[in-house]
Design a protein around this ligand. Structure first.
Ligand SMILES: Cc1cc2nc3c(=O)[nH]c(=O)nc-3n(C[C@H](O)[C@H](O)[C@H](O)COP(=O)(O)OP(=O)(O)OC[C@H]3O[C@@H](n4cnc5c(N)ncnc54)[C@H](O)[C@@H]3O)c2cc1C
Length: 384
C-alpha cells in the first residue's frame, strides 16, 4: 500500500528524534544561521544523528546500518529538514553515499569495507561530483578526464557545486575514461589528493557547496565504482533516489514555514482579531497546508516504490518538481503572511524563503524534471 498511517515503531522513532532535534540541534542551527558550520562541528552533529539512524538508516543491519525502509527514513529526514536544511543537505549526501557503498558489487567490497563503517557512524563525509563549470543539465558533456596510466587513472579538471565538497574525505567523481565513456571513480582526499573551495550563495551557506579541483590526481583502477564506462546509466539510478530526497528537503522547509505561519496568524491581531480570522489569511494557510501534504505524499509514493523494488524515475522527478516549486511559493507566502516582520532576521521565514529558492536547482532543475516526466509519459525526448 502506497499511503498508510505511520506504524507504532515509526511514530516512536520520529517522536524521539524530534525531541532530540529540538533540544540539541535547533540551538546549533540558530547559532550558525547564515554562517558556515565548521567540519568538526558538522561531524559532531552527524555522529549525534547517527544514534537515531541517519545517515545509515536504510543500510542493511549486516553492514552496520538500521535496515529501515526508505519511507521510515523519509519520516526521520523530514524532522531534520524542518529544523535545518543545511544539516539535512549534508546528511542527505552522506546517507545516499552510505547506501550506495553498501550495495556495491562484490568486486568493490574492498571500498565498501574501507569507507562504509565511518559513513554509517557519522565520522566521515562524502561527495558526489558530476557538475563542472561548463556542465550542468547536460551530464553527458562531462570534461573532467581520467587518463589510464598502467593500473592507475590520472584525473585532471574542476568540478563545481559539490554538496559536502569542502567537508568530503572522499568523493565519487564522474570522469571521462574514454572518448565517449564516463565512469565513476572513488577519490580519497588524503590518499590521492584534491583541493576544494566553498561557494558563497544566497542561502544554505551553513553546509558546504564547493568547487573541487583535481590536478594529476593518481587513483588505482580498482577504485572504479560500478562498471567502467557505464556512469551515465548509473547516474540515473542515483538521481532516482536523490530526487525524492531533494523533495523531502522542501517538505521540511514547508513544514517550518507552515508552523511559523500558523503560530503567527493566531497571535498577530489586526482589525481587532487574529489575522487567522481574516478569510484571505485563512485561505493562504489552507493552501500552504495542502501543498505540504501533497508534496509529502508524492515523495512517500516514490520511496514506497523504492521499498518495493519498483523503478520510479518519473515518480521521483514528479516529487522533486512539485515539492521544490511548492516550497518556493509556500515560503514566500509565509513571508507575506508575517508582513514587515517577515522580512527581518528576527523571524525564520525570510531565511526559509531564501533557502527555498535554492532547492529547485540541484539534482536537475525543474525544467529538466519536466523533460524527464514528459519523456516518461510520451516516450518522446524533448531535451534538445
Ligand atoms: C545547492 C546545490 C547543490 C548541488 N550539489 C551538487 C552535487 O552535490 N553534485 C553535483 O554534481 N552537482 C551539484 N549541484 C549542481 C546542480 O546539479 C546543477 O546546478 C544543476 O544540474 C543545473 O546545472 P547548471 O547550474 O549548470 O545550470 P544549466 O544547466 O546551465 O541551466 C541553466 C538554465 O537553463 C535551463 N536548461 C538547461 N537545459 C535545458 C533544456 N534542455 N531545456 C530547458 N531548459 C534547460 C535550466 O533548467 C536552467 O534554468 C548543486 C547545485 C546546487 C545549487
Amino acid at each position: 500500500m502506497i499511503v498508510q498511517q505511520p506504524t507504532e515503531d515509526q511514530r516512536l522513532a520520529v517522536e524521539s528524534f524530534r525531541k532530540f532535534l529540538q533540544s540539541e540541534i535547533r540551538p546549533i542551527a540558530r547559532e550558525y544561521r547564515d554562517r558556515h558550520i565548521p567540519k568538526e562541528k558538522m561531524r559532531e552533529i552527524l555522529q549525534a544523528t547517527a544514534e537515531f539512524g541517519l545517515p545509515g538508516a536504510t543500510v542493511a543491519v549486516e553492514h552496520g546500518g538500521m535496515g529501515l525502509s526508505m519511507v521510515t527514513e523519509a519520516m526521520l529526514f523530514e524532522e531534520l529538514c524542518a529544523v535545518s536544511v543545511d544539516i539535512g543537505l549534508c546528511v542527505m549526501i552522506n546517507k545516499g553515499m552510505a547506501l550506495t557503498l553498501s550495495e556495491l558489487p562484490e568486486s568493490q567490497w574492498h571500498l565498501r569495507d574501507r569507507y562504509l563503517p565511518d559513513m554509517v557512524a557519522g565520522r566521515a563525509f562524502a561527495g558526489f561530483c558530476i557538475s563542472e563549470p561548463d556542465v550542468g543539465s547536460n551530464v553527458a558533456d562531462i570534461k573532467v578526464a581520467a587518463r589510464r596510466d598502467g593500473d592507475h587513472f590520472i584525473i585532471n579538471g574542476e568540478k563545481t557545486w559539490i554538496s559536502n565538497g569542502h567537508y568530503a574525505d572522499f568523493v565519487f567523481v564522474t570522469a571521462k575514461t574514454g572518448p565517449k565513456e564516463l565512469s565513476h571513480i572513488l577519490v580519497d582526499r588524503k590518499e590521492h589528493g584534491f583541493e576544494s573551495r566553498n561557494i558563497d550563495k544566497i542561502a544554505l551557506n551553513g553546509q558546504s557547496t564547493a568547487q573541487v579541483f583535481f590536478s594529476d590526481t593518481r587513483v588505482p583502477v580498482t577504485n572504479i565504482i560500478w562498471e567502467e564506462g557505464n556512469a551515465l546509466k548509473n547516474t540515473m539510478k542515483v538521481f532516482e533516489k536523490a530526487r525524492a530526497n531533494v523533495g523531502m528537503l522542501s517538505v521540511g522547509l514547508m513544514r517550518a514555514a507552515l508552523e511559523a505561519s500558523v503560530a503567527y496568524s493566531r497571535e498577530r491581531k489586526q482589525f481587532g482579531k487574529p489575522i487567522a480570522a481574516h478569510q484571505l489569511v485563512a485561505a493562504k494557510i489552507a493552501e500552504m497546508g495542502t501543498a505540504l501534504d501533497a508534496a509529502r505524499l508524492l515523495c512517500y509514493r516514490a520511496f514506497s516504490m523504492m521499498d518495493a523494488g519498483i523503478r520510479c524515475d518519473i515518480q521521483s522527478s514528479m516529487a522533486k518538481l512539485f515539492a521544490t516549486e511548492a516550497a518556493v511559493k509556500v515560503c514566500r507566502d509565509a513571508v507575506q503572511l508575517h508582513g514587515g516582520n517577515g522580512l527581518t532576521k528576527e523571524f525564520d521565514v525570510e531565511r526559509l524563503a531564501r533557502e527555498a529558492i535554492v532547492i529547485p536547482i540541484p539534482d536537475g532543475t525543474s525544467e529538466i524534471q519536466k523533460l524527464v516526466i514528459s519523456r516518461g509519459l510520451t516516450g518522446i525526448a524533448a531535451f534538445v
